[in-house]
Design a protein around this ligand. Structure first.
Ligand code: GRF
Length: 205
């Protein structure tokens, strides 16, 4: 057995609302140390669901409109993720804010990726906001989810320069190149226990 490295595989759930290119990056990472037990979508007909089906990953569609409140929707999401056995929740382009009760069901176990250098430009349309503001550098942030939008402890960031000829699509495409490299690295480190939170601060081992 010498030379063999044994590592636990951690069960995760991935939440999506759109194209799912970050989901694909996770699927395509063989040594992630995590098994995607379920992909949960807040709407039908999105490419992310096709990607999950292609990879043989179970999916659940919980249409936002079917729920009376954010709280009911969030509880259904959390029940679905837990029901699939997932211990860690990875938001990958998920466009809904989870209720604080749901966040507290997965304390420091929900990751999010955001296309700006937080705390700059939280919320929707972050790339357009960065361009409109005239920043010369933007980027990607991966953070733990807390009760506020795009706000929890920051795990990793990568800067992306804004070029004079950039429009939203071009800039977002360059940010996504970094996202697809960084998110699998961070998920791998996170499930391996290399990232912990002490007093609201992220410590890397
Ligand atoms: C990414 O840019 C991510 O940062 C943001 O939404 C986008 C999702 O893209 N939260 P995809 O669905 O993973 O392709």
């Amino acid at each position: 057995m010498s030379g063999t490295q044994w590592r636990a595989i951690i069960d995760i759930g991935v939440l999506v609302s759109g194209s799912g290119s970050n989901l694909q990056a996770l699927i395509d990472t063989p040594d992630l140390g995590a098994a995607i037990r379920v992909v949960v979508a807040d709407r039908p007909g999105i490419k992310a669901l096709d990607r999950a089906h292609q990879a043989g990953i179970p999916t659940a569609i919980l249409p936002w409109e079917d729920y009376e409140s954010r709280s009911e929707f969030s509880t259904a999401v959390a029940d679905t993720v837990e029901g699939a056995g997932a211990k860690v929740v990875v938001l990958a382009g998920f466009m809904r804010v989870l209720s604080s009760e749901t966040v507290s069901r997965f304390p420091n176990r929900i990751l999010n990726i955001h296309p700006s250098l937080l705390p700059a430009f939280p919320g929707a349309n972050a790339v357009a906001k960065a361009l409109a503001h005239g920043v010369k550098v933007t980027g990607v942030t991966i953070h733990l989810v807390d009760e506020e939008v795009d706000h929890g402890p920051i795990i990793a960031q990568r800067a992306v320069p804004v070029l004079p000829e950039d429009d939203v699509a071009a800039l977002h495409a360059r940010i996504q190149v970094q996202e697809h490299d960084l998110y699998p690295r961070v998920v791998r480190a996170f499930v391996a226990g290399e990232v912990s939170v002490v007093g609201g601060e992220v410590i890397w081992r």
